[in-house]
Design a binder for this molecule. Structure first.
Ligand code: NAP
Length: 260
């Protein structure tokens, strides 16, 4: 399938590791000039080298915290007119809602709801004027199936999803699409760290914890970030302009439902 993305420009946020990196790598492989962001400069530069080695494409880096105005300005200065925007940031910490103060909620809303909205606001009119835009938001399977300990994530990401459901229909006439990718368990550093923390709490080896989590997935394994990157490319394809406001769950069948 020719996805028709040669020569396009993409801003991929929080892309020095994990799912963001997988999206940037897959887009670069299709001839997209990518700009990637991340807070740790050394990790970000290593990611840029890895993408370049795999794709031959030039990669621009924009170091900074994407959840801050400064981080967003740096990202937009490095890639002012993206054809593709992939919104991503770290997820909020787990916990009990009784312990969360207003600042905890504001932090989660900033990172996982307001940052993507700010970035969309900055780039969407340019996309409309050029009559091409693909906006992909990395959210979570928790939007469909809330995870009790991740209330901050459930709340902030559901707010984003509700807002984007409306906006997606407003920009669709201009060949600008907004869709969301909902990861279930993908084998990234985040999943490894979460599993290690859970294993410590239960006093058992991390391998045991991960094996149990794997057994809970109908596919019998964790997702490979490269598969996630390919789904991102599909949503960004030139022929995907009729896919509007969708929430694509990639969870190996974990969400048990006859209809999505
Ligand atoms: P990961 O492996 O920990 O990678 C996170 C990436 O984002 C790193 O490159 C990190 O680099 C960057 N980052 C984090 N916060 C940032 C910020 N504020 N500004 C700029 N860059 C930032 O995580 P992942 O597994 O790919 O997860 C990506 C997103 O998907 C998260 O929101 C996560 O909650 C969600 N998710 C993941 C899974 C899963 O199974 N992996 C499942 C459901 C949802 P620096 O630390 O250097 O900034």
């Amino acid at each position: 399938m020719d996805v028709g993305l040669q020569g396009r420009r993409a801003l991929v946020c929080a892309a020095s590791k994990g799912l963001g990196l997988a999206c940037a790598t897959a887009l670069a492989r299709e001839g997209v000039a990518v700009t990637i962001t991340g807070r740790n400069v050394a990790t970000l530069e290593a990611a840029a080298r890895s993408i370049h080695e795999r794709s031959g494409m030039a990669v621009t880096v924009a170091p900074g915290d994407i959840a801050t105005p400064e981080g967003r300005s740096a990202a937009l200065a490095a890639c002012p007119e993206p054809d593709i925007l992939v919104n991503n940031a770290g997820g909020p910490p787990p916990g009990d809602f009784r312990d969360w103060q207003r600042e905890d909620w504001i932090k989660a809303l900033d990172a996982n709801m307001l940052t993507p909205i700010e970035l969309i606001k900055a780039v969407v009119d340019g996309m409309i004027a050029r009559r091409f835009g693909r906006i992909v938001n990395i959210t979570s399977s928790a939007v469909k199936s809330p995870i009790p300990t991740l209330g901050l994530s459930n709340g902030a990401r559901s707010g984003l999803t509700g807002f984007l459901g409306g906006l997606a229909r407003q920009v669709a006439p201009h060949n600008v699409t907004i869709n969301n990718l909902l990861p279930g368990p993908f084998l990234t550093d985040r999943l490894r760290d979460n599993s290690a923390a859970a294993a410590r709490k239960k006093g058992r080896p991390v391998e045991e914890e991960m094996a149990e989590r794997t057994r809970a997935v109908p596919a019998g394994r964790f997702g490979d970030p490269a598969e996630f990157g390919d789904a991102c490319v599909f949503l960004c394809a030139s022929s995907s302009g009729f896919i509007v406001g969708q929430n694509l769950l990639l969870d190996g069948g974990s969400f048990n439902a006859s209809f999505g």
